[in-house]
Ligand binder design. Structure first.
Ligand SMILES: NC(=O)c1ccc[n+]([C@@H]2O[C@H](COP(=O)([O-])OP(=O)(O)OC[C@H]3O[C@@H](n4cnc5c(N)ncnc54)[C@H](O)[C@@H]3O)[C@@H](O)[C@H]2O)c1
Length: 261
């Protein structure tokens, strides 16, 4: 943690995994800028983080789908707060339905926020990092980016896309001093996860997650902070899975019928 870069921008930082990363960094005395489209949640998060008495917390309201506002926000943060040395792209959403009848609006919404929003954020905040020749970026994919998943064609496609994007940026930017890695969480207790139908969530835990429980956001935050830090100085283009063993096996059925029962 000592060597986590100075100013970190966290998109989708008003709650969930982004807020947990911010909490970890601020507690360690690091300044953080929370960027989110939810102004109310952003204000609450800033109050909660300020109460920790650690690093300075600033906020910016931004929809990461906005191709004009996102680079403008990055330039504003550089000019008024300071050089951004790290970026974590947590802004994301989900909207589930069967692929055969999935409305195009739902497909576009999830791809626009999860994939295009990640691309725009990386492009906007990396500009100054590339100019200085120093920076670290962590994107958030998912175990849904490593296989198919019924009812989530849009989400799965977006998370596969984030992995491809991350690896490509790692190749384009690594030799220019900017490392880019992804974290792939399994089930994490957040408002986003609560949007997934309950029966599905129960099945994921009962049948697919060897640790037998969802994680708290704080359990992902440490992995993200590690990837930003100097301790990860040779990690570039990697996808680090934090899923309680969800993706460890191809025929996992905990509490159900498998060859060990
Ligand atoms: N919770 C899980 O089980 C889980 C698992 C794997 C991956 N993820 C990924 O982790 C990331 C964070 O998710 P979370 O679970 O913390 O969700 P969350 O809903 O708690 O937080 C997401 C945040 O993103 C913000 N946001 C959404 N759209 C935005 C936009 N267009 N512009 C700016 N901000 C926007 C929301 O306002 C919210 O504050 C997402 O990319 C999600 O897909 C979550």
């Amino acid at each position: 943690m000592n060597q986590v870069p100075a100013l970190t921008v966290v998109t989708g930082g008003a709650q969930g995994i982004g807020m947990a990363v911010a909490m970890l960094l601020v507690s360690a005395g690091r300044p953080v800028v929370l960027v989110d489209m939810n102004a109310e949640a952003l204000a609450q998060a800033q109050t909660a983080l300020a109460a920790l008495g650690g690093g300075q917390v600033t906020t910016r309201v931004l929809d990461v789908r906005d191709a004009a506002a996102t680079p403008a926000c990055a330039r504003d943060i550089e000019a008024t707060i300071g050089p951004v040395e790290a970026l974590v792209t947590c802004a994301g959403t989900t909207r589930s339905s069967a692929a055969a009848t999935m409305p195009l609006d739902d497909w576009n919404l999830v791809l626009d926020i999860n994939l295009t929003g990640t691309f725009l954020s990386c492009q906007a905040f990396a500009a100054a990092m590339l100019h200085r020749g120093r920076g670290a970026i962590v994107t958030i994919t998912s175990v849904s980016g490593t296989g198919g998943q019924a009812g989530r064609a849009n989400y799965v496609a977006s998370k596969w896309g984030v992995i491809g994007l991350t690896k490509t940026l790692a190749i384009e930017w690594g030799h220019r001093g900017v490392r880019v890695n992804a974290v792939a969480p399994g089930p994490i207790n957040t408002t986003l996860y609560a949007k997934v139908p309950e029966a599905f969530r129960e099945g994921v835990i009962r049948e697919r997650t060897p640790l037998g429980r969802p994680a708290e956001s704080s359990e992902v935050a440490g992995t993200i902070a590690f990837l930003l830090s100097a301790q990860a100085s040779y990690i570039n283009g990697s996808v680090l899975t934090v899923d309680g063993g969800f993706s460890a096996g191809y025929a996992t059925q905990h509490g159900g019928a498998d060859l060990a029962t």
